[in-house]
Design a protein around this ligand. Structure first.
Ligand code: ZN
Length: 269
């Protein structure tokens, strides 16, 4: 019997699947792997948080300041007053493991952010908009709430591992990864982290003043103001919508039986 070699079928090296579909599958597969690795890194950060005690965090970030922070003069009266207010509020947080330090960022955009090591940055834009100490106290109390839950370290940890991951996979220069306050502020926290910081902040304000009058007045003003005004307030892009916050804070005050009217303390600057 003579062997007659059969010609391979036409296009044997060409896949039956359309090249675009194949490319799509590849991209989808890579995306899934990418997302899974990112989730794994976030999970590892959660584990690391258990192993980094606050004392260690404080020692690591003792004199640290974000790269892009433009601080006001150390002699600025607002710095002194804000620091004093933070200390007075933190006094009611029994066994607070941090000694908090305040810096004022020379920015017109209203914002406040909690950073590793017990650093609280408030912007000049925010200080321009608060009209009483009570208004400011709640904003600061809320940031103290983030420290209690260590949200600030979680955000930083996630930010760093994810930037390193992106830099290594995208081939960017890893040494360029600086930590700046804008990044951290823009990252924001989850709704649940925000509402638990709000609850803690309001409790501090009540314990300090014996009432919660004007605690949420800043948010009422932002909620009433027009959208152009809202653009100037980056605080609301990293925090829940002002209207929703006012509603939950009022609910908390009613539930706890905290007076919503009381003596207002003026700011002395
Ligand atoms: Zn917050």
């Amino acid at each position: 019997m003579k062997f007659i070699p059969r010609q391979p079928r036409e296009g044997i090296n060409v896949s039956d699947t359309h090249p675009l579909v194949e490319a799509g599958t590849l991209v989808a597969g890579l995306t899934v792997i990418f997302v899974l690795i990112a989730l794994l890194l976030i999970f590892l950060v959660e584990i690391a948080l258990y192993f980094i005690p606050v004392e260690k965090e404080v020692a690591m970030f003792e004199d640290w300041l974000p790269d892009d922070l433009v601080t006001v003069s150390p002699a600025d009266e607002r710095l002194y007053q804000t620091q004093r207010l933070v200390d007075r509020l933190a006094f009611h947080w029994a066994d607070a493991p941090y000694s908090f330090r305040v810096e004022i960022d020379d920015s017109d955009v209203a914002n406040a952010v909690a950073l590793p090591g017990g650093l609280i940055v408030v912007t000049e834009g925010l200080l321009d908009q608060v009209e009483s100490e009570n208004e400011l106290a709640f904003v600061l109390g809320h940031e103290l709430g983030h420290f209690r839950n260590r949200d600030h370290l979680r955000a930083l940890g996630r930010g760093i591992v994810l930037s390193l991951f992106l830099a290594t996979t995208m081939g960017n220069d890893v040494s360029n990864i600086g930590v700046n306050v804008t990044d951290l502020a823009l990252r924001g926290f989850s709704r649940q982290q925000e509402s638990s910081a709000d609850e803690f902040g309001l409790a501090l304000v009540y314990t300090h003043y014996g009432h919660v009058d004007e605690a949420w007045r800043l948010f009422e003003k932002w909620d009433d103001s027009d959208s152009r005004m809202r653009d100037l307030v980056s605080y609301t892009s990293t925090h829940p919508a002002a209207g929703n916050r006012v509603a939950s804070l009022k609910q908390q005050a009613t539930r706890e039986g905290w007076p919503v009217e009381g003596l207002i303390t003026e700011l002395k600057w």
